[in-house]
Design a protein around this ligand. Structure first.
Ligand code: ADP
Length: 446
């Protein structure tokens, strides 16, 4: 097992990893930018190192600085959290070359899944169902129109190097396609430095369903069930549930098993998420995230498994402690993302928190790194906390979520809590009757 883990992240996820390390008896090193000098992760770690100025590119993305922090403190492993360097194959490789363990999959697996065309090809080889589309990259309108003829409009043009919901264009006919191809290529080049695009059938009313997987790199892998993350704004998730409501249990089991088998074949190591669109009872692979996800706590709640603990264990070379038959699913969990944003306009709302009172009580977990008197810096992601609620049934979970949202007080800045106060009363939400477009349509109406 590791002696000392450096956590190359900030905010709630840095705290989440710190907690797992402490429970495993591992010493912790926090890294921080000058803007984060008084952040909670710095206060809670055994040691801390300043790695640069405010801008993430100069601090949390600054590889030489993070390597130096490992050197100074003698850390033998790095946990990247999510975002920042968590899916950076080069970073994983450099650490390995310096005999420091990257707590995550191999750089090879990060690379395969980071390129969407290669990821899709790999998925096909592994027997995972994918969205019908082009066989790899498409460069000219004529080529694109020929693909659209076989799969039918509407189609979506996606950037091979895309991420964060960017670099996608929908086309409904040949004329739109001609424009979509050239604009998508130009935009992809500007955003990702790579103009490669491909085409998929555009699904009209899908749900976003994902499977949590966990492997040990030695051919053992399990799935930890489904999550429904269909409630999205600008392709960003705002509300997540486990298990996925509306997907029948036997279908959840079947897709989970397909993913577990695929991860065994791949000899995948660490935590990962295989994302699907789900429409008319069919699953279609869209991508795999080779890291811990923001929404992992809902899975932890219904399985009783500490995903970060397992990540650390397998990274240290131990075998997966779980067998598929040991993984059981009990009750229902929902997570809502509390962002420092105006709940109407979604404009960022950084600043000082005067008073902070998180929800508590039975079945409530709050993962956050803020406190009363803390000033949220304007430089990073607006996520300030996650409220995770459990119930024996979805109905109980929803009632508990309603009372937990009412209890939660973050005074001094604007947050998305009022949005959830509204959503929790919506009949479609209560019935679990929503697809990936529901939230955008709802927000446009109000
Ligand atoms: P990113 O890596 O940018 O998050 P994804 O491939 O995961 O890109 O897609 C993000 C979101 O875009 C999905 O959750 C879904 O809302 C939408 N999307 C992607 N592919 C399709 C498709 N073929 N049809 C309809 N919507 C899609």
């Amino acid at each position: 097992m590791f002696q000392k883990v450096l956590i190359a992240n900030r905010g709630e996820i840095a705290l989440r990893v710190l907690r797992a390390c402490k429970e495993l008896g591992i010493a912790t090193v926090a890294v921080y930018s000058t803007a984060d000098r008084s952040a909670m992760h710095v206060r809670m770690a055994d040691e801390s190192v300043c790695i640069g100025p405010n801008a993430a590119k100069d601090s949390y993305l600054n590889v030489p600085s993070i390597l130096a922090a490992c050197e100074i403190t003698g850390a033998d492993a790095v946990h990247p959290g999510y975002g920042f360097l968590s899916e950076n194959a080069r970073f994983a490789r450099i650490l390995t070359e310096h005999k420091i363990t990257f707590i995550g999959p191999s750089s090879h697996h990060i690379e395969i899944m980071g390129d969407k065309i290669t990821a899709k090809k790999t998925a096909v080889e592994l027997g995972i169902p994918v969205v019908p589309g082009s066989d790899g990259e498409v460069t000219t309108p004529a080529e694109a129109q020929a693909v659209a003829k076989t799969i039918g409009y509407p189609v979506i043009v996606k950037a091979t190097a895309g991420g964060g919901g960017r670099g996608m264009k929908v086309a409904r006919n040949d004329e739109e396609m001609a424009i979509a191809i050239s604009t998508a290529r130009t935009e992809a080049k500007a955003a990702f430095g790579n103009d490669s695009v491909y085409i998929e059938k555009y699904l009209q009313k899908p749900r976003h369903i994902e499977i949590q997987v966990m492997g040990d790199g030695q051919g053992n892998a399990v799935h930890l069930g489904t999550r429904d993350c269909s409630l999205q704004r600008r392709h960003q998730k705002v509300w997540e549930e486990a298990s996925a409501p509306t997907v029948p249990a036997e279908q959840r089991e079947k897709i989970g098993e397909i993913c577990a088998v695929a991860m065994r074949k791949l000899k995948y190591s660490g935590a990962g998420t295989i994302e699907f669109l789900y429409e008319n009872g069919e699953f279609y692979f869209i991508e795999m995230n080779t890291r811990l996800q923001v929404e992992h706590p809902v899975t932890e709640r219904i399985t009783g498994i500490d995903i970060v603990y397992e990540q650390i264990r397998v990274a240290s070379g131990e075998k997966l402690s779980l067998k598929q038959k040991d993984v059981t699913f009990t009750g229902h969990a929902i997570e809502v993302r509390i962002n420092a944003e105006d709940p109407q306009t979604f404009a960022p709302s950084p600043g000082k928190i005067n008073f902070y009172h998180p929800a508590g009580g039975v079945g409530v977990r709050v993962d956050s790194a803020v406190y009363g008197g803390y000033t949220i810096p304007p430089y990073y992601d607006s996520l300030i906390g996650k409220l995770i609620v459990y119930g024996r049934t979805r109905e109980e979970c929803l009632m508990r979520l309603r009372r937990a949202i009412d209890e939660f007080v973050v005074d001094g800045i604007k947050t998305t809590l009022p949005l959830f106060q509204r959503l929790i009363k919506e009949p479609d939400i209560l019935a679990g009757n929503y697809d990936i477009h529901w939230l955008e349509k709802y927000l446009a109406k109000k």
